[in-house]
Design a protein around this ligand. Structure first.
Ligand code: DX5
Ligand code: ZN
Length: 216
């Protein structure tokens, strides 16, 4: 199975956004993960469109935008306009997932759907054939630097089995508490894309850390 690492810009140094984005651009990571928080869906506020535009200018890698905002359908087109290649929204954050999916597709991006740690995998069944990716949160969304919730491994396995059963090649991405120490078991559980924020940006050598996660 393919392996991808998506360093999370939430842990970057915002005083050196260009430098940190270019580091990812040079590295073995193929995706750049962007966490957008509104202070309503999660108890934290991160950044929005202008910051995304600046990141877009500094890399040609895939921009993986993770929306932790309520009513994402109101904003998805604008995220695609400023450079998102993939837009992931939370199933718990919208009354109308179908509308959200349709708007992201019409705007020309790939579609991801995410669930929080307490949301069962089964709630994704009816959407699985309509999205390109599912993002399993392995911490409570809102902050970087938390510990990986071990119960996420069985959710990843369950999701992989569900996709196989439905004959779908849906990508599985996992976000929260990932490091070189647990990356192997998360990949082996069935994930293809691992998000890593603090593990990458707190490392003395972030580029080698990305490689260590990729080759775990
Ligand atoms: C948390 C974000 C994550 C976060 C991961 O709500 O969705 O992407 O940046 O950070 P680490 O890798 O430090 O857990
Ligand atoms: Zn994220």
């Amino acid at each position: 199975m393919q392996r991808t690492v998506a360093p999370s810009m939430l842990s970057a140094d915002f005083g050196h956004l260009d430098r940190d984005t270019r580091m990812i651009d040079r590295s073995a990571a193929e995706w750049v993960h962007i966490d957008v928080m509104d202070g309503v869906f999660v108890p934290n506020i991160s950044f929005g469109f202008p910051v995304l535009k600046a990141i877009r200018r500094a890399t040609s890698k895939l921009l993986d935008v993770h929306l932790m905002i309520v009513s994402p359908e109101k904003y998805v087109e604008r995220f695609v306009e400023v450079g998102a290649d993939l837009v992931t929204f939370h199933l718990e954050a919208t009354q109308d997932p179908a509308e959200c999916i349709a708007r992201i597709r019409r705007a020309g991006a790939r579609v991801g759907m995410s669930i929080k740690p307490a949301t069962p995998v089964e709630s994704l069944r009816r959407w699985l054939s309509e999205v390109d990716l599912v993002l399993v949160m392995s911490v409570e969304p809102g902050f970087g630097g938390q510990s990986f919730i071990e119960g996420s491994l069985s959710k990843i396995r369950e999701l992989r089995a569900m996709a196989d059963e439905l004959g779908l090649a849906t990508l599985i991405e996992v976000d929260g508490g990932i490091s070189a120490a647990n990356a192997r078991e998360v990949f082996e559980a069935g994930a293809e894309v691992l998000v890593a924020g603090s593990a990458v940006f707190r490392a003395a050598d972030p580029e080698s850390e990305i490689r260590r996660i990729l080759e775990a």
